[in-house]
Design a protein around this ligand. Structure first.
Ligand code: ZN
Length: 79
């Protein structure tokens, strides 16, 4: 699985809706790809913040970092 695949499946992964095989592939990728691990971490944090009942806005910094990381990743992909 490449970074693009991980990013595509990341919300399903967090929701626990992935196939065991796909999940395993994704976790194998995360183990050696710091960028995707960071994206997963930030995405999880964003969701935790969103699910929190307290009126905390999603920090612009997290949103920004996530967006930049995604763009850099997708831009680097040869396809
Ligand atoms: Zn990756």
């Amino acid at each position: 699985m490449n970074c693009k695949g991980v990013i595509r499946e990341i919300s399903n992964y967090i929701d626990g809706e992935l196939d065991a095989a796909v999940k395993q592939e994704l976790e194998r990728h995360l183990a050696h790809c710091e960028d995707c691990a960071m994206i997963l971490d930030q995405t999880k944090k964003s969701i935790e913040i969103l699910c929190d009942s307290e009126p905390v806005a999603l920090p612009a910094e997290i949103h920004d970092r996530l967006h930049k990381a995604l763009r850099a990743k997708l831009g680097k992909d040869p396809r």
